[in-house]
Design a protein around this ligand. Structure first.
Ligand code: ADP
Length: 400
């Protein structure tokens, strides 16, 4: 019951007491039946007042009912002590009724308050229990997924290790053959192919081993810094034969920006390569791929400031394709190692890409495509003080 409603009831009950007092006063004394009725009606405001306003409400209405009853008492003065004391006892009953109803109602109100407090505490405990159960389930799920991954990692690591040794022998043999087949020889081309494929295979094996060891190999090429848009253009050039082979319509929008951000070319190049190769697979023949690469607009020149608020400005690369897209329930899984939907996939492309991009302080995530398929958003911050995982602060810097 709200405050306004309580106020209205209080006024109504007070008015009722006044009306009953007036009726007592104006009704001639010989109308015994009417006076008895008014007297009984007098309990009505006292009881309701006690129930709604507690002890003080009950006593208040009992007292004003007594006061309203006083003129009537005066009228019985003349009818002898018996009638007078009978009327006087009514006052006492009014007070007792107000006190008893008020006490009971106050006690109930206190109990109600206590139970409400208890029920609030219970609901907080229930919510906490619910949250803790959910966390426990998540941890359990993560634990079993980690166990699975660790097993897969061990298998992959031992497999990669097994491949590495015979590969070293094949490489040695190829080097000897290369000495026998000088430049200009009609078999020279085959030896070159053999050596380049061996080195590619070796790189893949190293990649799996690095991944399983949980670290990225930091060779000299990784510290070769280049502006982001140059890396994007180089990767697109490298993949040109694939685009042509699948007759893929390539839509590009590449902006260098005023203050080009430079980044380790090998890392970003590898990430773009993985994402674009997936996009080619997904888009298929005659599909479409769009690459939008541009610097983030800084707060100073930004129309919609909400876009960069709370994050450092940098460079954004958006890759989208017209393929079937990634189902909602696989949005997290695609970044997990060894998750693949391809017959010949390793499921390492996106997880390695995430590690690589994080190692240079950036992020990679799924985004809307605009072409109907999957969309990937790669962000590279251009803060000098980016403290990326396992990387020195000077991995990203400006070129003036
Ligand atoms: P792989 O390519 O070896 O399967 P990835 O980690 O690169 O490993 O990709 C994991 C999975 O994510 C793919 O098998 C595919 O199901 C899904 N995926 C990645 N890119 C796309 C894309 N552009 N469109 C649809 N699915 C994709």
């Amino acid at each position: 019951m709200n405050r306004q409603m309580k106020k209205s009831i209080f006024l109504l009950l007070s008015a009722l007491v006044v009306v009953l007092g007036c009726l007592h006063y104006w009704t001639p004394g010989h109308h015994i039946f009417l006076h008895d009725t008014y007297r009984r009606l007098g309990y009505f405001p006292i009881t309701i007042g006690g129930i709604i306003f507690g002890l003080w409400g009950g006593l208040f209405f009992a007292v004003i009912s007594c006061l309203a009853f006083v003129p009537h008492l005066y009228m019985f003065w003349a009818q002898g002590p018996e009638a007078y004391y009978s009327e006087l006892s009514e006052i006492l009953f009014y007070l007792i009724a107000g006190l008893v109803v008020g006490l009971i109602s106050s006690r109930q109100a206190r109990l109600r308050e206590k139970y409400r407090g208890l029920s609030e505490k219970l609901s907080v405990s229930y919510q906490r229990l619910h949250d803790q159960t959910r966390q426990l389930l998540q941890i359990e799920e993560q634990l079993s997924s980690n166990q699975r991954l660790s097993l897969l990692g061990q298998v992959s690591a031992s497999l990669a290790h097994e491949i590495k040794n015979p590969l070293a022998a094949i490489k040695g043999a190829a080097e000897i053959l290369a000495d026998e087949v000088p430049k200009g020889h009609d078999k020279y081309e085959f030896v070159t192919i053999m050596r380049s494929q061996i080195s590619r295979l070796n790189q893949s094996v190293e990649k799996v081993l690095d991944f399983c060891r949980g670290e990225q190999k930091k060779d000299a090429t990784q510290y070769n810094f280049q502006p982001v848009q140059v890396i994007v253009e180089e990767v697109l050039k490298l993949l040109d034969p694939q685009f042509r082979q699948h007759r893929i319509e390539l839509i590009t929008h590449i902006e260098p920006g005023e203050n080009p951000v430079t980044v380790q070319s090998a890392s970003l190049g590898q990430v773009l390569m993985n994402v674009l190769l997936n996009a080619i697979d997904a888009a298929g023949d005659n599909g479409k791929i769009r690459i939008q690469a541009e610097p983030d607009v800084t707060d100073a020149g930004l129309a919609d400031k909400s876009q960069t608020q709370g994050r450092t400005p940098g460079y954004t690369i958006h890759v989208s394709d017209s393929g079937p897209g990634i189902p909602d329930n696989e949005e997290v899984q695609v970044f997990e190692p060894f998750f693949t939907r391809k017959d010949s996939g390793t499921g390492l492309g996106l997880s390695i890409s995430r590690k690589l991009i994080e190692s240079i302080g950036g992020t990679i995530m799924l985004d809307r495509s605009g072409l109907g398929g999957a969309g990937f958003l790669i962000r590279i911050p251009d803060h000098r003080d980016v403290s990326a995982k396992g990387v020195q602060d000077d991995t990203i810097h400006f070129v003036d």
